[in-house]
Design a protein around this ligand. Sequence first.
Ligand code: NAD
Length: 476
Amino acid sequence: MNSLPLRSVYLGGRWTAPRAVGTIAVENPATGQVVAEVPDCGSEDVWYAVDAARSALPDWSTTGPAQRIAALSALRDALTKSQEELARTVTREMGSPITFSRRVQVGLPVRVLDGFIDALSAATAEERIGHSLVVREPVGVVAAITPWNYPLHQTVAKVGAAIAAGCTLVLKPSELAPLSAYALAELIDGIGLPPGVFNLVPGRGKTAGAALAGDDGVDLVSFTGSLEAGRRIAAAAAPTVKRTCLELGGKSATLVLSDADLEKAVEDGVRSALHNAGQTCSARTRLLVPRHRLDEALDVVHSVVAAHVPGDPEDPACLLGPLVSAQQRERVLGHLARAAADGARRVTGPDPAARPLHAGHFVAPSVWTDVNPSSALAREEIFGPVLAVMAFDDDEDAVSLANQSQYGLAATVWSADTDRAVSVARRLRVGQVDINDAGFNAAAPFGGYKQSGIGRELGRHGIQEFQEVKSLQLPR
Ligand code: NAD
């Protein structure tokens, strides 16, 4: 991390001095100490980055799959070689436990790149419909605006799709966790991608991010982050009718049907709510259990929560690190106070505000019952280690409770009967549903219904988001 060129921006294939005068301090959330500073770029830096991306577009957009696969493979290999250093960087910048950083924060982007490589190898970009030849072409210059919670994964999902689709890109990483984006840029610099295909401009959302979203030279904004920022970006993109792909928040549910293996199902539901300290867009923060099995479920909840003691994220045994910032900690504690005021009952966990380490932004896990379905605890994305346990009477009731949300990102349905689980899954208004412990598929489309967003990322569908479709009517 110390060797990263953190005073520079990456434009047109070179590290160069930014026009920005200010800097942004990056804090280690486990200690509260500043570990680095990056430039606080504004519209001038954004302008130069977009210009570099536009200049590279004519050549890169006409490359074929072989050259794009070669670039993606080289990036995948570079990521794999640097896994340990990258995992440490992510843990340092946003507080994920190191074991989780190795397995997910860095392990997942490697699989995401494999998904793009497989999709490019398998798919033909053209199809015939009657006398039309339908072709896919790169959308153009992509602005990628990313959050801090999976800083490398969300960045790679956009950079990989852009490379695969033949687009060029300007990345604005989260101001809270920009260091892994610098590490990624160093790796990209080393694989010999043509200058200008990838550009990095660090900065804040309201300045660099807003400038990118409104820039005439950007054809598509791919954004992952909060609902509020997503709405602003869509509004900033509207005057130029830019394409927008929005991956926003969620209030996802685990549905434990009456015939499920209750212990496994509840364990999985609790872990999903707590991993990455609850800072996962698809975290299943509502656990829906049959009313007659509620007490049994709470016994399992207790034992899983007891293993999640907040601690030093650099310790390989740590399961629960800090939240990303003091502000996020205050937000989450505010939600918990409101949950209690709204009549919910905390059934487990130590005092959420107890701090295991000085100054770090820790919040202990908490699980709540007697949750009113219309309360904020049941409806709002809290983004902390907080789980609402709610009871249902039958499958119909479970589906209706799960769908009672402005969001529609993900769900898991547990049942001993796969057909029954799939039938329930089909009725959920969400973008992805796991059946039992099926797990994440880095090549399957990822994205949300309703206010969880617009568009899909990853694999073939993720590449297609960055392409336009053209119909050529051929002479008959
Ligand atoms: P955020 O919206 O505050 O910031 C995300 C990014 O957007 C940052 O780079 C920020 O600088 C930028 N930004 C903020 N305001 C902007 C504006 N007006 N114009 C342009 N850019 C702007 O979100 P966050 O706090 O970094 O991330 C947490 C949120 O992201 C949660 O709500 C979470 O659910 C969501 N998220 C969603 C997914 C998904 O795939 N659906 C994945 C991860 C996180």
